[in-house]
Design a protein around this ligand. Structure first.
Ligand code: EPU
Length: 516
């Protein structure tokens, strides 16, 4: 296993003919639908580092190329401690928020994942200077067992990103980057606020479903922006500046709330956003913006009140811990009847998820920034309904389905956020899971054990869900296209090993393409 972690400073152009929705590392033959970050010919190394160029194994052969796979042996009982670094879904937006103030902002506890490198490139093309430096590695006490298991003692999973923002950042984010990283749409609000004009490629949908922008657009229009769509771009202008407005969101959209807050902080007057998203990542952004001089009330509630200011100043800010990675370990502990302590993320961000695990039979102990999940019998089936925060997170849906697949009894799992989340259920069926879907409901009848098989990750969370499902299968499960997993989990393999799992990463040949 290689563990040299690096982040590229340049991005290779997409290969002509490559599927724009295929993700980095998937190679030219990949037809995988995109995930949070979508398509490119860039590769994520086994260490989660980001490299440019051809996919692993090269791309000279136009019919067969390699894909990264994780081979996981079933049967382990997860035990030990893992540390979680900053949340991808916060760090990406914090980087965009830096655009709001000229000068040098520093964001720490940023996960070392591809998406961050892509966002760095988005900012560079807007005229910023962006550099990455490793944070201190997690103390060895918190990574006990890694070296013994052959893992990378002392490898940093997080970094600090320094962003030098010019007085007049650029105003355009191109499709070649936006398609690789949907989250780059979050430069819309800050750039409109600072420059009065912005042109950002429309990111389109992805593997977990259609993903609209109507609430972003309608909210900015309420603030006085003129918005049009042309040739795949969203174009917004407010030559006389944005003005405060009252905005009611039809749905507490995370992305729309973020874009609107980042626009409102520099608007004239007061903006009120009702039915705002309440996710911890929104609170994190509001905290950073407040440190920059913004006036925001109500972060973490459904009503945000933002009084615009004339200018903001750069800051240093630490990213909030990743609740979804933390939750993934919590579910994996329950599924394997294990005993896992997770540090680095507040259990307060996972209240409903941890409560479900208690209903499943787990003993859950919590501290301010850590929690422990133990189970010494087969989990009991629990029903799960995904909802915006503080509801059960949609990003943990695959973990809930994986747990239900090995629980005693039947679970009803309902997805309310993304229409394509159940796509990965077909892969779970290959592992022998008994799942029937009907619209946005799935009935899962638990089995004592799953049956190992080759399966394919279709997005970040589905990939992680399949790996942890493999922990409860007989034999070795091979999950392919794990570049998806890399984008959300900085050091997944090392963490699994720390917890006692026999797991390896390898490259395997992709299926040949047949042509007439
Ligand atoms: N929606 C609209 N119109 C809009 C905005 C959203 O119809 O203008 C719909 C979407 O189509 C979707 C739903 O509202 O069906 C939720 O979208 P939301 O805006 O809340 O999500 P997002 O900002 O696109 C973020 C995370 C997702 C996470 C969701 C929900 C980032 C980069 N992504 O997406 O994370 O699932 O919030 O919590 O922050 C992941 O990390 O794997 C991931 C998918």
């Amino acid at each position: 296993m290689t563990h040299s972690v690096r982040m590229s400073t340049s991005i290779a152009p997409a290969r002509p003919g490559a599927d724009p929705e295929s993700a980095p590392g998937s190679g030219p033959a990949a037809e995988a639908a995109g995930s949070e970050a979508t398509g490119s010919e860039s590769a994520v190394g086994p260490d989660g580092g980001w490299t440019s160029g051809a996919g692993p194994g090269g791309a000279d052969d136009s019919t067969i190329c390699d894909v990264d796979v994780i081979r996981v042996s079933g049967g382990a009982r997860l035990a030990g401690q893992v540390h979680v670094v900053g949340a991808k879904n916060s760090a990406l937006k914090l980087m965009a928020a830096a655009l709001l103030a000229p000068g040098r902002s520093v964001i720490t506890n940023v996960p070392r994942i591809t998406d961050i490198a892509i966002m760095g490139e988005v900012l560079r093309r807007l005229g910023c200077q962006v550099s990455f430096a490793d944070d201190e590695p997690v103390p060895s006490a918190e990574r006990a067992g890694v070296a013994a298991a052959g893992g990378p003692e002392g490898v940093a999973r997080s970094c600090s990103v320094t962003i030098e923002v010019p007085d007049a950042p650029g105003t355009e984010a191109d499709y070649d980057l936006v398609r690789r990283l949907r989250a780059s749409i979050c430069v819309l609000g800050p750039l409109l606020a600072r420059r009065g004009y912005v042109r950002v490629a429309h990111p389109g949908g992805d593997a977990i479903g259609s993903r609209g922008l109507d609430m972003h657009v309608a909210g900015l229009a309420r603030m006085g922006a003129e918005i049009s769509g042309e040739h795949g771009f969203v174009i917004a202008s407010a030559p006389n500046g944005l003005r405060g407005a009252t905005i009611w969101l039809d749905f507490p959209s995370v992305g729309a709330t973020e874009n609107l807050v980042m626009a409102a902080v520099l608007a004239r007057g007061v903006t009120e956003i009702d039915n705002a998203a309440r996710e911890p990542e929104i609170v994190d952004i509001c905290t950073m913006l407040s440190q920059m001089g913004a006036r925001i009330e109500g972060a973490g509630t459904s009503t945000l009140r933002i009084e615009g200011v004339a200018e903001l100043h750069p800051v240093r800010h630490a990213t909030v811990g990743d609740r979804i990675v933390a939750g993934t370990w919590a579910f994996a502990a329950a599924m394997t009847q294990g005993d896992v302590t997770v540090t680095g993320a507040s259990p307060a961000f996972l209240e409903i998820a941890l409560d479900k695990l208690v209903s499943a039979g787990c003993l859950v102990e919590t501290r301010a920034d850590a929690f422990r999940v133990q189970l010494d019998r087969r989990p009991s089936a629990v029903d799960v309904v995904t909802l915006p925060f503080p509801g059960f997170a949609t990003d943990l849906l695959p973990m809930a389905i994986a747990l239900a697949s090995v629980s005693e009894g039947a679970s009803l799992v309902t997805e309310n956020i993304f229409d394509g989340r159940f796509m990965f259920v077909n892969e779970m069926a290959r592992l022998g899971a008994d799942i029937k879907t009907d619209g946005h409901h799935a009935v899962v009848r638990g089995r004592e054990r799953l049956s190992s098989a080759p399966v394919r990750a279709t997005d970040i969370r589905a990939g992680a869900g399949l790996v942890i499902a493999g922990l409860c299968a007989d034999g070795v499960t091979e999950v392919s296209h794990v570049h998806h997993v890399d984008r959300g989990y900085p050091d997944f393999i090392a963490d699994l090993r720390t917890l006692g799992v026999e797991v390896e990463r390898a490259t395997a040949p992709e299926e040949p393409a047949f042509t007439l």
